[in-house]
Ligand binder design. Structure first.
Ligand code: GDG
Length: 496
């Protein structure tokens, strides 16, 4: 890519010369070691990378993020055909900022306090320090009038900090997780700083309409600001008031890529092999999540265990594959959850397995995308039982892989995906009897009904894919008039 002309190089002023800058907690690449011991960078699997890759290439943009390891030197480098800038974190910052404020304060708070959040001033101080580092890196890379897209709960102060450093850039922020109601958000001792940090952006994007509404309420109640429709009026000490647009942009997946993957013969052969390895049961149920307390894995297991106990599902006629990918293993709540899940799996298998067959196949592993697609293809029923989930991409990936329009999706009402997929079997995972009835209904659904539902869901996921998501957000952001001039009107209202 070196030598290619940068599209938005306008030169002059402070900063770098990139016209498009992404700032996200993590870099979009992983270092992979080959069989010969040499290592190379590969793009990480995931929707955000596939969504932004085409935009990054077109605009010849740069991605700012952390490598995931302590103490990496902050240096720009090119890998997997992308321009990357590493933000380095010390071991102490990883503990206080990443494991602490991000994953043990904000994550539980924003997911309806399913686990109790910890409020520690030293964690907050680390959050401020690290956010400033990202903001400075973005300011250093952005060319005059550049577009900067900041992602997620780890970087909520970056828009405000960047706005102070650079008045000439357009700033967008997208929140991948829910934004809580005021009654919960108000617990955060630093709520005003978070609101003001986010309001440094021109466009703030949320997954669901309800999240955007919650944020607008936080602006009114937590920062005493005036909102009008989807606009927040932000007074400026040194010029005209700014207006920030708050919108709803449900994220999605690279649907075409999943469809293509699921059509490949080796992937289809692997799906058949999986079913055979399970003893060709009548019904294969599947759950795939990061091992996280927001995903309702215990609720799912409890419902399944009770159904086996009551004889409404019978092993080996029914088999549950439970993939729980390792996640945040140094955070205490995650360690406890893993123990609880493993005890429950062992209990269910202990009570209902026969020699040679188990009702639950539990896999605490991470798989390549091909294996994920094979699992989606092998499953008759997909169980998504999150207690709270910004969107849930797994549900959409399952749908994308079901090219023959078979398969049933059981989907928690508390996911963003539920707003878009009313043809799924929607459940309240807290209602264990309702969850059990829905699982039984899914395993016995007539083929014609399953097809009708799957067809409707596939239409939605095909039309509203991740490219559509990125384009919609960036269109709104690029419609913002030159930031330095201030503005009176926002882009079209999408939150309604
Ligand atoms: C956050 C929000 C929102 C999982 N195991 C493996 C693997 N995965 C991939 C899945 C999927 C992704 O990870 C998980 O995405 P989700 O959306 O389900 O959940 P979070 O990780 O919590 O994501 C969420 C999302 O951000 C996007 O805005 O939807 O609400 O919480 O893509 O396929 N991928 C591979 N191997 C695994 O073992 N390759």
């Amino acid at each position: 890519m070196a030598g290619r002309e940068r599209l938005a190089h306008t030169g002059g002023g402070s900063g770098g010369d990139y016209g498009f800058v992404v700032a996200a907690s993590r870099l979009p690449v992983d270092q992979v070691e080959g069989p010969d011991g040499t290592s190379e960078w590969r793009t990480s699997p995931g929707g955000l990378v596939s969504a932004l890759e085409p935009v990054m290439r077109k605009a010849d943009g740069v991605w700012i993020g952390w490598s995931g390891a302590a103490g990496d030197p902050a240096q720009p480098f090119d890998a997997a055909d992308l321009h990357l800038v590493t933000v380095s974190l010390s071991a102490e910052e990883i503990r206080k900022y990443y494991e602490g404020f991000c994953n043990a304060t904000l994550w539980p708070l924003y997911h309806d306090v399913i686990a109790p959040p910890g409020f520690h001033r030293s964690w907050w101080n680390a959050y401020v320090t690290v956010n400033r580092r990202y903001a400075e890196a973005a300011a250093a890379q952005a060319g005059q009038g550049a577009t900067v897209w900041v992602h997620d709960y780890q970087l909520q102060l970056v828009p405000g900090m960047l706005r102070e450093l650079r008045q000439d850039v357009r700033i967008g922020h997208f929140m991948h997780i829910p934004f809580p109601g005021w009654g919960i958000f108000a617990q955060l001792p630093w709520r005003r700083q978070i609101i003001e940090g986010l309001l440094g952006a021109d466009v703030l994007g949320f997954q669901r309409h309800g999240d955007a509404v919650n944020f607008l309420q936080a602006c009114r109640r937590g920062a005493k600001l005036i909102t009008k429709g989807t606009l927040v009026r932000v007074p400026s000490p040194s010029g005209p008031a700014r207006e920030v647009h708050v919108g709803t942009y449900p994220i999605s997946i690279d649907t075409a890529a999943y469809e293509q993957l699921s059509r490949q013969e080796p992937v289809r052969a692997r799906a058949r092999e999986i079913r055979e390895a399970l003893g060709n049961p009548r019904v294969v149920l599947l759950g795939i999540d990061r091992l996280d307390y927001t995903k309702g894995i215990r609720h799912r297991l409890n419902a399944y265990g009770e159904l086996l106990g009551e004889g409404r599902l019978i092993s080996p006629d029914a088999v549950l594959i439970l993939v729980a990918s390792p996640s945040r293993e140094r955070v205490e709540h995650y360690r406890q959850l893993r123990d609880e899940i493993e005890v429950t799996v062992a209990r269910i298998n202990g009570e209902h397995a026969e020699l040679g067959s188990s009702p639950v196949h539990y896999l605490h592993q991470t798989y390549p995308r091909e294996e994920m697609a094979a699992l989606y293809l092998a499953a008759d029923v997909m169980l998504v039982t999150s207690l709270r989930d910004g969107m849930n991409l797994v549900a959409k990936e399952y749908i994308a892989c079901r090219g023959d329009e078979t398969g049933v999706l059981v989907l928690s009402e508390f996911t963003g995906a539920a707003d878009e997929l009313p043809s799924a079997l929607l459940v309240n995972p807290h209602d264990i009897e309702g969850l059990k009835d829905t699982i039984v209904r899914a395993t016995a659904m007539p083929a014609a009904e399953a097809r009708r539902r799957m067809r409707a869901m596939r239409r939605r996921v095909r039309e509203y894919d991740v490219q559509h998501w990125a384009a919609t957000f960036l269109d709104d952001l690029n419609r913002v008039p030159e930031p330095a001039q201030g503005r009176l009107t926002g882009p079209a209202d999408r939150a309604g």
